[in-house]
Design a protein around this ligand. Structure first.
Ligand code: C2E
Ligand code: MG
Ligand code: MG
Length: 703
């Protein structure tokens, strides 16, 4: 039996018994309570001395029973005594309960967090005589609070440190909180944004789209939308990639987090690139790609409506002569003027495209022979009116060939070929007029046909040759890489530009054998240079789309490399954006090429359809910026801005950037400033025959 409870057996009257019971209860409480209890006597000074302490206080702290009667200063070390003195004095002064928290070191060295409640006992003269101190171990709740605080800070960092804008809103769309990035993204300060409605930051025409996302998120489903336009304070429009995340508390959606990434630059660039891919840079007219798209659509609708489509192939007579004698700038002005005149002929069924060089194509929907005749006459009249160039009047004429759908052909290639054949006839017969295609025109006599026939025997007749154009490393100023460019010397036509014969080779499939010849020739030349002890150089080889997707292209490359002992790192293949349209197949070939170890470059970047974000998925090493951009960086601010963005984005994707077609010092300076890696162009050198390249650029290995 417990010592304390024995007292109950002592007799006495009821009141005495009750007092005893109270005493016992008090002792039981004091014994078992886990709080530390001290009673301090207060004397003038004030001086505080220990009057009582419970077992817990004795066991748990450094305070020992010998302290009873001692002052704080006598019992404790100086700093603790001062600390407690301060709190006790506070109670004496205010004559009221006082609570404070502090760290208590236990005899075993463990530190706990304590919360102490000091209660004064006041005598009849309103003097504090005693102070009862009860200290409770609150370590658990303090640590819990700290953990919560830390976890809150962790989540807060996710918001505060995020480079994307992060906003939290309640279920009504009222903005509760925004991070710094939000303010820099949309220009408004936190104070302007908080308490306003989230819907107002979106452009009016996006409101419904956003409201829909908002409603779905409130149902508990995170949402994502690319391309929402947002107002900037300065009136500009920002394109955002918006993600919404429901904020769920106790299984209830109480609000939404919005994460907004600024994709304005990328989106604008993609739109620009798309526009440029479908338009001719010089004249602004829709280009060949655009023609293909529209012709395809026109044919489809003509089939449905049982109508005809006319395709008119226009060529300016003697343009080359004018261009050569007046200079390229004047030639460009003339082409622009022609484009304006042709596009001034307005009609719903009429559309005009630049095919390339001095060639234009007109499409006429709902056509007939009579209608086509009227338009052809009008077009030729427009062209034959005098042009004023540099204050002088110049006269040119146009030749025009017409093919009709479905009479002459049912597909794009055939229709273009027929119109070209008719045009060729016009040229043969003295230019300046037009003619419809007819079956009796000997197709074989068209220029394209002549080229096609010639190409079939070009390899065996040894008419092909490789030229090499140096690529300058702008960091080191060294030239250790060259692009192999094909040259064809036709027995009667003379030199034919690859720009002319490659498309025909591609269309007719002859490109496969020509391409193999190029790869073989390059590898053989490289082996030869190696045996001559020249320092190794890298050679870039162009692969046209058909060649790139040819089934055995990898075998050809690999076997030629092995046969000639070529290091894969010294070969680079240039493919065009067009080759990558069938993404899956292209990705497969590119990955296999990468495995072989050769470099991969995207040629003529900016003229195709791909966006940089699309390219991200391909294992590409180099981006070659097309000449058309290079030509216009200095004259056209818009072009310069696009080019700059392309370079920056490409670099951020870790790609090497090559500028093609550098012709002037100024262009070079621009690209050097942009930290472009390599440059190629007439400013450094035209494509050279092998011997000249060796003489000018090759160095022998030192032993
Ligand atoms: P590309 O691959 O973009 O080659 C660059 C073209 O730009 C070359 O024309 C080159 O002579 C020309 N060029 C270089 N620097 C300048 C400059 O400063 N100003 C101007 N105005 N032009 C410059 P090229 O040799 O006539 O080749 C035209 C295109 O034919 C090539 O464009 C390429 O797409 C194709 N091609 C050439 N050789 C081959 C080949 O072996 N295989 C395939 N598939 N295509 C080839
Ligand atoms: Mg190239
Ligand atoms: Mg190129």
């Amino acid at each position: 039996m417990d010592e304390i409870t024995k007292i109950l057996h002592i007799d006495g009257n009821e009141e005495e018994q009750r007092n005893k019971i109270e005493q016992i209860m008090c002792q039981i409480l004091l014994k078992h309570v886990t709080d530390l209890i001290y009673v301090m006597k207060v004397e003038s000074g004030p001086i505080f001395s220990y009057l009582f302490m419970n077992e817990m206080a004795i066991n748990q702290t450094k305070v020992s029973p010998t302290y009873l009667g001692k002052t704080l200063q006598a019992a404790l070390d100086k700093s603790l005594a001062t600390h407690l003195q301060h709190h006790y004095e506070f109670v004496v002064k205010h004559k009221d309960t006082h609570t404070f928290q502090d760290k208590v070191t236990l005899p075993n060295g463990e530190e706990i967090y304590g919360e102490s409640i000091l209660t004064p006992i006041i005598d009849e003269h309103n003097q504090v005589k005693y102070i009862v101190s009860i200290t409770r171990d609150i370590s658990k709740s303090v640590l819990e609070k700290q953990r919560l605080l830390e976890s809150e800070q962790r989540y807060k960092s996710l918001v505060d440190q995020n480079l994307d804008a992060v906003l939290s809103v309640d279920e009504n769309g009222v903005i509760l909180n925004v991070n710094e990035s939000t303010c820099s993204l949309i220009g408004w300060d936190t104070i302007d944004l908080v308490d306003s409605l989230i819907f107002s930051i979106f452009h009016a025409h996006e409101k419904t789209a956003f409201e829909l996302i908002f409603a779905e998120t409130l149902k508990g489903f995170p949402q994502e939308k690319i391309g929402l336009s947002i107002h900037h304070k300065n009136g500009n429009e920002i394109i955002g990639h918006v993600k919404t995340i429901p904020i769920v508390i106790d299984n209830r959606v109480v609000g939404i987090y919005l994460i907004v990434k600024d994709i304005t630059d990328q989106q604008k660039l993609d739109e620009m690139l798309k526009f440029m891919a479908f338009h001719d840079h010089l004249t602004g007219l829709p280009n060949r790609s655009s023609l293909r798209e529209n012709l395809m659509k026109s044919i489809k609708s003509a089939k449905e409506k049982n109508e005809k489509v006319a395709l008119m192939y226009i060529d300016l007579d003697r343009f080359k002569f004018l261009n050569d004698s007046l200079g390229h700038n004047m030639g460009d002005v003339l082409l622009k003027d022609v484009a304006i005149r042709l596009s001034n002929i307005e009609d719903d069924v009429y559309s005009v495209y630049r095919q390339g060089g001095d060639e234009f194509i007109v499409l006429l929907k709902s056509a007939s022979r009579v209608k086509a005749t009227t338009y052809a006459t009008r077009i030729l009249e427009e062209i034959s009116r005098p042009f004023i160039l540099d204050g002088e009047e110049y006269y040119i004429s146009g030749s025009l060939g017409i093919s009709l759908f479905p009479n002459d052909g049912e597909d794009i290639e055939t229709l273009i070929k027929c119109a070209d054949t008719a045009l060729y006839r016009v040229k043969e017969r003295g230019r300046g007029h037009f003619q419809f295609y007819s079956k009796d025109m000997h197709a074989g006599s068209s220029y394209a046909m002549t080229l096609e026939t010639g190409l079939r025997t070009a390899i065996e007749r040894n008419e092909l040759q490789l030229y090499f154009q140096p690529q300058i490393d702008l960091n080191t100023r060294q030239t250790t890489s060259f692009e192999a460019l094909l040259r064809w010397n036709h027995p009667t036509l003379g030199f034919v530009s690859p720009g002319e014969f490659i498309p025909i080779a591609e269309e007719t499939g002859i490109i496969i054998s020509i391409g193999e010849w190029v790869i073989k020739e390059v590898c053989e030349r490289m082996r030869e240079w190696n045996s001559q002890n020249y320092q190794p150089v890298t050679i870039a080889v162009n692969l046209s789309p058909k060649q790139f997707l040819q089934a055995n292209i990898l075998e050809v490359i690999q076997s030629e490399m092995e046969r000639n002992g070529i290091q894969p790192s010294t070969l680079e293949f240039e493919i065009t954006e067009g080759s990558m349209q069938d993404s899956k197949e292209a990705l497969d070939v590119l990955n296999r090429l990468k495995e072989v170890g050769v470099g991969i470059a995207v040629d003529d970047f900016g003229t195709g359809f791909s966006s940089l974000s699309h390219l991200q998925h391909f294992p590409i090493d180099t981006l070659k910026i097309d000449q058309s951009f290079v030509r216009e960086v200095l004259s056209d601010k818009k072009n310069a801005a696009i080019t700059t963005t392309i370079i920056h984005l490409a670099q951020s994707l870790g790609l090497t950037v090559t500028a093609e077609g550098i012709e002037t010092k100024e262009q070079l300076v621009f690209f050097e400033k942009m930290k472009c890696d390599k440059a190629q162009g007439f400013y450094f050198s035209k494509p050279l025959p092998e011997k000249e390249m060796i003489d000018r650029y090759f160095k022998r290995k030192t032993v």
